[in-house]
Write a protein that binds this ligand. Sequence first.
Ligand SMILES: [Cu+2]
Length: 150
Amino acid sequence: MRLTTMKINYWIIFLIGVTVSATSSALDLNVDSPTIKAPRPGQNISAGFVKLISTKDLLIDSIESENISKIEVHTMKMEKSTNGETIMRMRKIEKPLLKANKAFILQPGADHLMFFGIQNTLSKGEKIKVTFNFLEKAQIVSKDIIFEVR
Ligand SMILES: [Cu+2]
């Protein structure tokens, strides 16, 4: 019995070893709670949220999803309008950067994902695939992340 267990352990260690060496040049990315808000009735835009942690510096080159025209990373800024009022403005982040081992947090009321031209009705609980194209050392590395409609 003991021997069998040990054999299995070695086998698992062997498998892990193989996996690590096969993915050493790929992304090391932790993805937490990817969600997209169900668009309001009659609207085809919405916001999305996720927490990402990469072990290396990564630039987001582009984000895409089937049946969605455009996906951007936005930041919120307080700005003075021409009549002196302070208003909240959304701005596109041109080159979103994930700093190594630092949480890149997209959440309500702060930096977020913006989905434009959503062509399908998204109902709560539905899952959609969103592809993140990262730029790492002048190479594009893609990662599919499944977002849940909330
Ligand atoms: Cu926005």
